[in-house]
Structures are given as C-alpha cells and as structure tokens.
Design a binder for this molecule. Structure first.
Ligand code: ARG
Length: 566
C-alpha cells in the first residue's frame, strides 16, 4: 500500500458511515487533511461541516463515527475533539514507498499528465551589448527549471531565447562606438566595453542633443540595410552572444532557439496587415494603435516615423510560435515590471480572434534590488552575474579546502557548489517576491541553501559507499520509529510536489521540498545508528538510497548539480 492508497482507504472507511450526509466519495476525499503533527495521525477528517446537518456537536459526531467505522486498514483510529485521526499501516506504506523509489530511480515522480503536449518557454532573453543582469539570471534559471518540471510531467518543452537584438539603442551604440570605441577593446571584453560606450552616450546626450539625432540616423541606416551599420550590428551581436554563451555554459542551461527580436523584422508587415484587415488599427497622433478598452493602455503598433515596436515583434513572435510549435501553452518568464506589456499582447491576440490567446501566460517574477535600490544599466548600477558566479565558486573552493582538503575533483565540486548556491538562492523564494541581493547571503553554506541540500545528498552517498550498498527489495520493517516515518512521508510526497510546482509555475515548491527532506534526513542521521547489523539494516540503507535519489532529482530539476562527495 502506498500513501495514496492509504488516503483512499480513509475515504473508503468513511463513505458507508457518512451515507446519510449525502457527501459524495470525492467530497469526503477532499476533506481529508494531513495533520501538522504526526502524533495526531497520518490523516485527519474534520467534523465541523457536519454539525449543522446532524444537529450534534462536532466532538460527538467524531466519537460516533469512530464507533461505527471499519478499522481494518489502519493501526489506529481515534476521535480527538472535532477530528477523527487515522494512523495508516506505516509498515506497509514504508515498504511500498521505498521499493517504488528504488525501482523508478531518477524517474520517480514522473507522471503522464502532459501527454507530450508542447509548452513554449520564452526565457532569459538578455539584450545585446548589455551585461546579463540579475533579472536575466532569474528568467534563465526559473525558465530552465520550469522546463525540467514540465518534462517530468510528460510535456515537450521549447526553450526560446528572445534576444533583445533590435531597437533604437543600436543607433546609440554605433554612434558611441565610432566616437569613443576601438575594435581591440570590443574584442577583448565586448560586454564591458560596449556597455561603457552606452553609458557614456547617456551621460552626454542630455547636454548634446545632436547625439540623439545621429543615433536616430544610424538606426535608420541599419533598418535600410546599410552595409557598415549591418556589419557593426552583426559584430556587436555575435560578440555579445559569445559572452552570454559562457554564462549559459556555467549554468548548464541550453536553448532550443535563439530567435531574437531581429528575426521578426521581415514578419512585421504581415502583422500590421492582419491588424488592418481586422479593422483593429487606429491612427493616433500619427502613430498606429490598437485600442484595448478602458482597463489597458492602447498597444502602439507603429510609431509616427513608421518604426515598429517591442509589442509588434512580440505579436509576430507569438504567431510564428503558434504556427511552428502548435503549443498548448506559451509561457513568458519575464519580470513583473512588464505585466502591462503581456496583458496587452494577450488582449491584442484575443481581439485578432485567436482562441489560443488564452494559452499565453506571463510567468512573472520579482525585482532584485541592491541596497534597496533598483538596478539599472543606464545608471551603471548593475550586479555582474559573471562576477557573482566567480566569487561564489571561489568561496566554495575555500570551504572545500577547509573541510575536505583531500577531495578528488576539487575544481569540479567547487564549480558545482558555487554555481549551485547562486541558482538555488534564486529559486528558493516565491518567484513573485522581490529580494535584495547580497553576495554574502547567497554564498552562505549553512542554513537554507543549495550547498546544504547538496551536502545532505553527499552524506547519504558516503554512507552507501561505506556500507558497500547493494540494492535489494525492502521487506516489512521489524521496527519503525517516527524519524524513519517522517522521511517516508516526505519521500512519498515528491510526485505531488512536482505536479504542484508545475501547476503553479513555481520552482520554489521543489526547492522548499528539498530543504525539508534534507532537514528530515539530517535529523534522522543524528538519531539513528544506520550501519548496525540487525534485521532492519537493508531497510535503513534502502531509505538512505531513496533519499539520495530524491534529493538528487530535486536538485537536478532546479538545474543544480549533486556531487557524490564534497
Ligand atoms: N529583452 C527583454 C528585456 O530584457 C526581455 C524579453 C522578454 N520576452 C519577450 N518575448 N518580450 O527586458
């Protein structure tokens, strides 16, 4: 019997006794709770909602039901105030859960739910010639983890990097490069130097408005295919992309497509035409807009000079993706500050008559601040992601030198732990929460951190190595204490946790689960002699193995490596 069947047994015991209440079996099932404190049983049924109908106090009802109930499928059933507490056959559930995990291995928690339907993820999407910000890091790691979650739920995923590789800022960049830049500098360190030129432009353009005129001219040249402008654009783009790819490699994230904004240049006219055909375009002060009613500002499709905008490109991109991938859902992992933009996108597609507009979803996330202040490229107040990763790996290396100086592959482990710390830190908070970034906080190796979970996994692996562990099916436990049972209930929850994380588009559900399982395991470890030759030795080792499997899989879903030793 696994934990799901145990819950069904609770329902099946209650159904005949509650016949007169007209509650359906499903309603009864949904009322069953899991008590916070395991001493109150594994499941509880509250009786408040029956009081009115049965004209009795909830306490009396609980006692009466317990008297009538078939208790064969439980070790104990008791009335406690307005609750009926059920103690399941823990021996059987332990045996079944552990064996299920050993057989499934890394596939434990997989479900058929998605039926191979496609989910498109628009993620990362940094802007060319600018450093990848902490916001882009959030988008990258949240998107990557969501992709892993949906794969585990049997969805196909398409990870698209919608690069910001078009727009008037390229005119500014060209002007700045030609005035203050050098080829040699860009080659040496493209992002830093391009960024420097850009910031300089913005420091000077208030007093020298002629700079803006020049920038507009260069962007026009680019739009018209001028060879020099095109060459510069391609060069900025490829140098930036090389730098981004280094970061993606560090993070272990890959993409199915790098089609950015520029890819849609030749698809603008179709979108404008479609909007015109559907009579949705209105002239407004020389610009062309789509009116979206009282609740949303109109979507500006074309500026008075004929230039298309961010949303025009997103309309074209949405249409292209629907045609190319026939997606079931299209998720945009982008900061909350773009909420209105995505509402406009969705509303415009709906007005165009596309019923799939409902499948467009903005998966928003909170802002990262530094010292309480907003980060901004223009002002030069940025946290450089590459620097963060480097510092974090350095700290990891120091820790390893102190704790385990003889460890093999120290460099690899330092990398896994340092990068894992940053990724985990980013994913453990609810995605919509804002948080202030402090490096010391991120790379702390105790408390609620990635390295803590990684360390718990490595500890489990070391026990198994010491025991020369061999898989062998679990029998019924000779004895079963509360610490063991606490792990079994955590392990049994994993498949549900993955589903919940998918439904809420919330990797933090997995991160919090992993922290909890690690804590439960460390508590068990502190109170149990695992390697003692007695009747339950194999069971304990199987338990440790199951913990290792599930911790590793939870970390992998988050995009964090789980070294065997650290
Ligand atoms: N490049 C944009 C930015 O950095 C994010 C793009 C998000 N994706 C999209 N399809 N609009 O703000």
């Amino acid at each position: 019997m696994d934990i799901k069947q145990a819950k069904q047994a609770v329902r099946d015991a209650l159904v005949p006794v509650l016949k007169s209440t007209q509650l359906t079996a499903d309603e009864i099932f949904n009322l069953i709770e899991v008590p916070k404190n395991a001493r109150m049983g594994d499941f509880a049924f509250p009786t408040f909602q029956l009081a009115k109908q049965l004209h009795q106090s909830p306490v009396n009802i609980a006692q009466e039901i317990v008297g009538k109930l078939d208790q064969a499928a439980f070790t104990k059933v008791e009335a406690k105030g307005p609750y009926i507490n059920f103690f399941v056959l823990r021996d059987q559930v332990t045996q079944t859960t552990l064996n299920d995990i050993l057989v499934a291995g890394e596939n434990y928690g997989f479900s058929q739910q998605g039926q191979q339907k496609t989910i498109v993820l628009d993620m990362s999407s940094p802007n060319i010639a600018k450093p990848m910000s902490m916001g882009h890091l959030r988008s990258t790691v949240i998107g990557n983890s969501l992709s892993n979650i949906f794969n585990k739920l049997n969805y196909k995923t398409v990870k698209i990097n919608h690069l910001g590789d078009w727009g008037t800022q390229f005119g500014k960049l060209m002007v700045a490069y030609k005035k203050w830049g050098s080829e040699e500098e860009v080659k040496r360190d493209p992002i830093t130097n391009l960024q420097r030129y850009y910031v300089k432009f913005h420091q000077l353009d208030k007093e020298h408005p002629e700079l803006d005129d020049e920038a507009r001219e260069w962007f026009k040249k680019l739009e018209n295919g001028d060879p020099e402008a095109t060459h510069l654009w391609e060069w900025f783009r490829s140098e930036s992309l090389k730098a981004f790819e280094q970061v993606y490699e560090e993070l272990g994230v890959d993409f199915d497509s790098f089609k950015g904004e520029a890819f849609y240049n030749d698809k603008m006219s179709e979108i404008v035409q479609l909007l015109e055909d559907k009579n949705l375009l209105q002239a407004s002060q020389g610009a062309e807009i789509v009116d979206l009613g009282d609740d949303l500002p109109p979507a500006m499709i074309k500026k008075s000079d004929g230039a298309t905008l961010y949303i025009t490109r997103d309309l074209a991109a949405a249409l292209y993706r629907k045609r190319t991938y026939d997606f079931d859902k299209a998720l945009y992992v982008v900061g909350s500050e773009q909420s209105i933009h995505f509402e406009q996108l969705k509303a415009t597609l709906a007005k165009m008559g596309y019923d799939w507009a409902k499948d467009i979803e903005h998966v928003k996330f909170g802002l990262i601040t530094s010292g309480g202040k907003k980060l901004s490229t223009r002002s030069g107040r940025v946290i450089l992601l590459e620097q963060v990763l480097r510092d974090s790996v350095k700290l990891a290396r120091q820790q390893i030198e102190e704790k385990n100086p003889t460890l093999a592959n120290k460099e690899q482990v330092a990398h896994d732990v340092g990068v894992g710390a940053v990724v985990f830190h980013d994913l453990k908070n609810n995605r919509t929460d804002n948080f202030d970034f402090q490096l010391e906080e991120v790379v702390r190796f105790e408390g609620e951190t990635g390295p803590y979970v990684q360390y718990s996994h490595a500890r489990a692996m070391s026990i198994l190595r010491k025991a020369n562990y061999q898989v062998e099916a679990t029998g019924l436990p000779a004895a079963l204490d509360d610490n063991t049972w606490a792990i079994v209930t955590d392990l049994a929850k994993f498949p549900q946790v993955v589903q919940q994380a998918g439904m809420q588009r919330e990797p933090s559900v997995i991160a919090k689960y992993a922290l909890h399982l690690a804590k439960t395991f460390n508590h068990y470890y502190a109170h149990t002699k695992i390697l003692v030759e007695d009747a339950d030795l194999q069971l304990r080792l199987n338990l440790v193995q199951a913990v290792a499997i599930v911790l590793k899989e939870a970390l992998n879903i988050l995009g964090v490596a789980a070294p065997d030793e650290m």
